[in-house]
Ligand binder design. Structure first.
Ligand code: PMP
Length: 452
């Protein structure tokens, strides 16, 4: 019954349609973020409060995507709005460092086990870029390893083997590095080694085979964009051991997972990396990224680097970090407000809601004719259409991509937002009723897309 779902969507969103046709004249695909361009046309949002957003046609939606998990307090949280208004009155970004950075840095260093020292960046992408460069400078090696399906932002070295199904190449135990798009530097493709997520033996063997040139292994403790697939604790622990043995810097990308415990997934799993990258919730809805780690590693950013790679000629830091808008007072203030409100009790509560959502949806879809699996952890979830079991990234090859997209559209018709590929989360303002509504909407949407 695909026509009905798409036709209903078109009927609900004529203004978005018109806007799409006009804006596509000046912005390619009508969207700045490629994910936000989907057929037959995107909806364009006008406003948001709590977890409810309103589109150009006046339709309202419960937004379970919350800007790809960046808004744990929902839209227009009153405390954040007030903090930002106060800050705007004394300037947004300044020539020299502002004192506020200290509070956010101390807060994160106190919470995240691996972080002695931390630097802020403009985005998660930049955090990963600087963290990997730090690992390369520290080890004096050139290559990095990442998991198949791991998403770490958009630089060449990590835009490798990210998307599912069609793109996967090589044996499941020895995946090949596949550039995600044209324009990615071929030499970088050779320097990015791909390991199979949650497969201890194969990952260890691949790391061993390339150990003399591997600076870092970067892992999401839960594959995020790649389907909200939690790592097995044993997998992370094994990767920690192998990295120690081979002198490889272990980086945990906690841009998404920091929200699952006060100290992030590394606290939840009890496995501590050398460097951690962060973003999203750390900026409370404003642009940010951060990377932090052991003092001896972070010392490469100091004028008198604490290791033997200290650059004696210049007397300056081994590594230079720039960014005109980095550490801007708005991101820092919003971040302090958000992270302070997101204390241990709030996170426990958030995780309980996530658990309830995953359980409610799983129960609600039990009798429907389409297989749907709910993955996730804490306040994070992903709906997968057409697959029964999801443990490794390659399990997602079974996804029914056409129906996955129809589910996304059918949910929009019923007033619920998730990512086109099924990612979502709960926020502190999500209620039990919202969760019941969502479970019902998923059930009804599955019926919508299967027809009579
Ligand atoms: N790492 C992970 C795990 C992410 O999920 C993302 C963004 N979704 C990034 C890095 C990149 O962050 P940003 O979009 O802020 O550049």
């Amino acid at each position: 019954n695909q026509m009905t779902v798409i036709a209903a969507y078109e009927q609900r969103t004529p203004r978005s349609r018109k806007h799409f046709e006009e804006v596509a004249q000046v912005i390619p695909a009508g969207a700045t973020r490629s994910l936000n361009a989907w057929p037959p046309h995107p909806v364009y949002l006008e406003s948001g409060a709590g977890m409810v957003v309103t589109d150009l046609d006046g339709n309202t939606y419960h937004d379970f995507l919350a800007n790809y998990t960046a808004l744990p307090l929902g839209y227009a949280d009153p405390d954040i709005t007030r903090a930002l208004a106060e800050q705007v009155a004394s300037g947004t970004v300044h020539s020299f460092s502002r004192t506020g950075e200290r509070e956010l840095a101390e807060l994160l260093a106190a919470r995240v086990p691996s972080v002695d020292k931390i630097r802020f960046t403009g985005s998660g992408t930049e955090a990963v870029m600087f963290a990997l460069r730090l690992a390369k400078a520290y080890t004096r090696r050139t290559a990095v390893a990442k998991a198949e399906g791991g998403y770490h932002g958009t630089t060449d070295e990590v835009m490798i083997s990210v998307r599912p199904a069609a793109n996967l190449a090589g044996d499941a135990h020895a995946p090949r590095s596949v550039p995600e798009m044209a324009g990615i530097d071929e030499s970088r493709v050779r320097e990015t080694i791909v390991v199979p997520f949650n497969d201890i033996e194969s990952s260890a063997a691949i790391l061993r085979a390339h150990s003399d040139r591997l600076a870092a292994l970067i892992l999401e403790p839960v594959l995020g964009v790649g389907g909200m697939i939690p790592a097995d604790r044993e997998y992370l622990a094994a990767m920690r051991e192998v990295c120690d043995e081979l002198g490889i810097v272990l980086v945990f990308d906690e841009v998404i997972t920091l929200r699952i415990a006060p100290g992030g997934a590394q606290e939840h799993y009890g496995v501590v990396p050398d460097i951690t990258t962060m973003g999203k919730i750390v900026g409370g809805g404003m642009p940010i990224g951060a990377y932090g780690g052991r003092a001896d590693l972070m010392a490469l950013l100091e004028p008198r680097g604490g290791t033997d790679v200290y650059d004696a000629r210049s007397g300056g830091p081994v590594l230079y970090q720039g960014g005109t808008f980095t550490g801007n007072a708005l991101s820092i203030r919003a971040g302090i407000t958000t992270m302070s409100k997101l204390d241990a009790a709030a996170i426990t509560d958030l995780n309980a809601k996530g658990e309830l959502l995953r359980r409610s949806v799983t129960e609600a879809v039990a009798g429907t004719p389409v297989a749907l699996t709910v993955t996730g952890i804490g306040s994070l979830f992903n709906l997968h259409v057409g697959v029964k079991k999801v443990h490794t990234f390659r399990d997602l090859r079974g996804i029914d991509a056409a129906r996955q997209h129809q589910l996304f559209i059918a949910l929009l018709n019923r007033g619920a937002i998730i990512a086109p590929r099924g990612m979502g989360c709960v926020s502190t303002c999500t209620t039990t009723e919202d969760i019941e509504f969502f479970a019902r909407a998923v059930n009804e949407s599955l019926i919508d897309i299967t027809g009579e």
